[in-house]
Design a protein around this ligand. Structure first.
Ligand code: ADP
Ligand code: MG
Length: 607
C-alpha cells in the first residue's frame, strides 16, 4: 500500500488554524487592536460595517512596518515579539504567537498599508485567502491601517454560522471595551456603519471607565487597592446599590490582559454577599498584577483563559480587598452621599485646618448576616414582582376572549383531557398546580405555564396585532451599555409592536416613553435592560428575533415559582395554557405538564 500521509498545503493549514484564533468578527477586532497597542500607538481607530461582516478596519499611528516585515507579518509564526522559549515567561506584549495576521489573511480579503516614521514611502499589500494579490509602495501616514473585508468569504459554513448583527456588534463592542479599558493611556474611537459609538481621549482609568459606560459612573465607582508579594490589585468596584440587572460590567485583567475566570469572579461575588439587591450583579473593573512567570497565558489561542500558580491565595486576597473597599464605603454612606453634593459650596479653608474626624461604630460589620441591608427594599428600586391583578390585565388585553372560549380544553393535542369541573386545583409548594383529569392526575409547572401563555401573546403582538402600550407619566431614563443600546435601537420596530416607545438621547442613554401594558407595574428601565441583555445572549440559540423578544418579555413578566395563586388565578392559568398552540412545552423547550395515570397510582397501591 502506498504511503498515505501528506503535508497539508500552507493555505489549508492556515484555514484550519484560523478557526481557533478567528471565530467571529470580534476576534479579528481584538487581534488587530492588540497589534496596534503593541506597536506603541497613541490613537487607535476602529471602523466597522455590518457588525464586522462587511468591513473591519483598524488605523493606528504606531511604529509601522518595513517593506519586508509587512510581507512577512502574514506568515504563520511570524512575530517580532519573542525570540526564545524563555521569552514566553516574561511577556510584556499582547501578541506573541504570530498567528493573528496569518489567520485573518486565510479567511478574508485583507489590505495592509503601513509606513515607519523613517521611511518616505510606505507599503501596501493585498492578500486574499492567504494568496498575495499585490504588493506595492504607497503614500500613507505613519503607522498601520489594516482592512478586513468579507470575513469568512471562503468558508460559507462559518459565515452562515455567524449570529445576528446586534449579537455580533455586541461582541465587537465588548472586545473594544476590554482593550480600551486596559489602556487608558491610549486614545480610541469606534465607528459602526458611519456612527461614532465611542471617542475616547487618552486619560486615567477612572475617566476611561466613565468614557466607556457613561458619566453617571463617576459616583458609582469605589477604588480597590491592595499590594502584596503575591499579587497587586487595583481598579474599581461599583457601589452595591448601582448593581445591574444584567451581568456584563465585570472585568478582570491580569497583567493588563483581559481574562475570564469564574474562580476569581466568585471571590468578588462572595465579597458582595448580602449587599446586593436581589437578582442583580455587581460591576467590577479589577486589575491584578502578578509576576509574569507565575502565570501561563498560553493555554488558549485567544489567551482569555489563564492558569496561575497561586490561585487560592489570590482568591483570598482579592475577596478581602473588595470587602475592605465595600466596608469603608458602607460604614459611612452619609459621607459619600451628603457631602459629595454639598462639599462644592464650602469655601476653601484659610490657614491651618483641623483634620476632620469621623466617628464610626467599631463593631459595625456590614457582612454580618443579621445586618439589615440599607440597599434592599428602600433603595428606590421598585420591588419587581407580579402585580396581584396580572390576570385581570391580560383579560383586558383580549376582551374578545370569553369564558366559553376557554373551555376548549379538549383541543389540547396532548393526552390531557381535563374534567370540566371547576375549583379542582391544588397548588403545592407555590410551584406546581395539581388537577384531576379523566385519566388520572395532572401536574403543571406554574412558571413555565405562564411563560408559554405570555410568549404566545407577545408573539401574536409582534406578528399580527400590535400590543396596547401604556404611556408613562414621566419619561424614564435608562442608562445602558453601548451593546445594549445598539441591540435595542436595531430592533426598534419590533419593540414598538410589543408596546415600547423610546428614544436614544446620545451616549448610552435612552428615554422610555411607553411600555407594554403587561409591564406597567415594573420599573421600565430595569425591564428594558434585562430585555436588551437577553437579546444579546446566545442562549436562545437560533431563534427568530421576534421569538427572542417574545421570550425575553415573557420571562420578565411571568409569574415565578414561589408565588401563591388563588383558585381563580389557577383556573385562569390552566385555561389560558390549553388555549396555547403548544401547551405542553415551554418556549425554552422544557416540559410544562406531567400526568400520572390512574393505573399507575393503582399499581402503586396494589401490593
Ligand atoms: P503577534 O502579534 O502574535 O506577534 P500577529 O500575526 O498579530 O502576531 O502579527 C505579526 C507581526 O506583525 C507582529 O509581531 C508585528 O511585528 C507586526 N504587526 C502586526 N500589526 C502591526 C501594527 N499594527 N503595527 C506594527 N506592526 C504590526
Ligand atoms: Mg498579534
Amino acid at each position: 500500500m502506498a504511503d498515505r500521509i501528506n503535508i497539508l498545503p500552507e493555505s489549508v493549514a492556515n484555514q484550519i488554524a484560523a478557526g481557533e484564533v478567528i471565530q467571529r468578527p470580534a476576534s479579528a477586532v481584538k487581534e488587530l487592536i492588540e497589534n496596534s497597542v503593541d506597536a506603541g500607538s497613541s490613537f487607535i481607530r476602529l471602523i466597522v460595517k455590518d457588525a464586522g461582516k462587511a468591513l473591519i478596519q483598524v488605523i493606528d499611528d504606531g511604529m509601522g512596518m518595513s517593506e519586508t516585515d509587512a510581507r512577512v507579518s502574514f506568515e504563520r509564526h511570524a512575530t517580532s515579539k519573542i525570540n526564545r522559549a524563555e521569552d514566553l515567561f516574561a511577556l510584556t506584549t499582547k501578541g506573541f504567537r504570530g498567528e493573528a495576521l496569518a489567520s485573518v489573511a486565510a479567511v478574508a480579503q485583507v489590505e495592509l498599508k503601513t509606513r515607519r516614521e523613517e521611511d518616505t514611502v510606505g507599503t501596501s499589500i493585498l492578500i486574499e485567502g492567504s494568496e498575495v494579490k499585490s504588493q506595492e509602495p504607497c503614500a500613507c501616514p505613519k503607522g498601520t491601517s489594516i482592512s478586513i473585508k468579507n470575513l469568512f468569504f471562503n468558508i460559507p459554513a462559518r459565515r452562515n454560522f455567524l449570529k445576528s448583527n446586534p449579537v455580533e456588534t455586541g461582541h465587537i463592542i465588548e472586545e473594544f471595551q476590554r482593550v480600551a479599558m486596559a489602556h487608558p493611556e491610549i486614545g480610541f474611537s469606534l465607528h459602526h456603519n458611519g456612527d461614532e459609538i465611542f471617542h475616547l481621549e487618552a486619560t486615567n482609568l477612572r475617566q476611561r471607565i466613565i468614557g466607556l459606560f457613561g458619566n453617571n459612573y463617576n459616583e458609582r465607582l469605589v477604588p480597590v487597592e491592595e499590594d502584596t508579594d503575591i499579587v497587586k490589585i487595583s481598579g474599581f468596584i461599583g457601589k452595591p446599590q448601582f448593581a445591574r440587572k444584567s451581568r456584563g460590567e465585570q472585568f478582570f485583567f491580569i497583567n493588563n490582559r483581559f481574562i475570564r475566570n469564574s474562580y476569581l469572579h466568585h471571590a468578588v461575588q462572595n465579597a458582595f454577599h448580602q449587599l446586593l439587591p436581589v437578582d442583580s450583579y455587581p460591576s467590577y473593573f479589577l486589575f491584578l498584577e502578578v509576576p509574569p512567570s507565575s502565570i501561563d497565558i498560553n493555554i488558549h489561542p485567544t489567551k482569555t483563559e489563564v492558569k496561575f500558580e497561586d490561585d487560592k491565595h489570590i482568591y483570598a486576597i482579592l475577596k478581602s480587598a473588595v470587602r475592605m473597599s465595600l466596608g469603608k464605603y458602607n460604614i459611612a454612606p452619609t459621607i459619600d452621599f451628603e457631602q459629595e453634593s454639598t462639599i462644592a459650596f464650602i469655601p476653601p479653608p484659610r490657614g491651618p485646618v483641623a483634620e476632620p474626624t469621623i466617628t464610626v461604630n467599631p463593631d459595625f460589620n456590614p457582612f454580618k448576616p443579621s445586618h439589615t441591608n440599607p440597599y434592599r427594599g428602600d433603595s428606590g428600586y421598585k420591588q419587581i414582582s407580579v402585580p396581584s391583578n396580572w390576570d385581570v390585565l391580560y383579560r383586558n388585553l383580549h376582551p374578545e376572549e370569553t369564558a366559553a372560549d376557554r373551555t376548549i380544553l379538549s383541543q389540547d393535542p396532548s393526552e390531557v383531557e381535563k374534567e370540566p369541573g371547576r375549583g379542582t386545583f391544588f397548588q403545592i409548594h407555590s410551584r406546581y398546580i395539581l388537577s384531576q383529569i379523566k385519566s388520572g392526575l395532572m401536574v403543571v409547572h406554574q412558571q413555565r405555564a405562564h411563560e408559554r401563555i405570555l410568549f404566545e401573546k407577545f408573539l401574536n403582538n409582534l406578528m399580527k396585532q400590535p400590543a396596547m402600550s401604556q404611556k408613562l407619566l414621566f419619561p424614564e431614563m435608562a442608562e445602558l451599555n453601548a451593546a445594549q443600546v445598539q441591540a435595542l435601537v436595531s430592533l426598534r420596530k419590533e419593540l414598538e409592536n410589543v408596546g415600547y416607545e423610546f428614544e436614544q438621547l446620545g451616549g448610552n442613554s435612552l428615554a422610555i416613553y411607553a411600555v407594554p401594558v403587561l409591564l406597567t407595574d415594573h420599573q421600565a428601565s430595569r425591564e428594558l435592560e434585562k430585555l436588551a441583555q437577553e437579546l444579546l445572549e446566545e442562549t436562545s440559540g437560533n431563534m427568530e428575533r421576534h421569538e427572542k423578544i417574545a421570550l425575553s418579555l415573557a420571562r420578565s413578566v411571568g409569574i415565578k415559582s414561589g408565588k401563591m395563586l388563588t383558585q381563580e388565578e389557577m383556573s385562569m392559568l390552566i385555561d389560558e395554557l390549553f388555549a396555547c398552540s403548544i401547551p405542553s412545552v415551554s418556549p425554552g423547550g422544557k416540559p410544562i405538564i406531567h400526568t400520572i395515570k390512574l393505573e399507575e397510582l393503582d399499581r402503586f397501591f396494589r401490593s
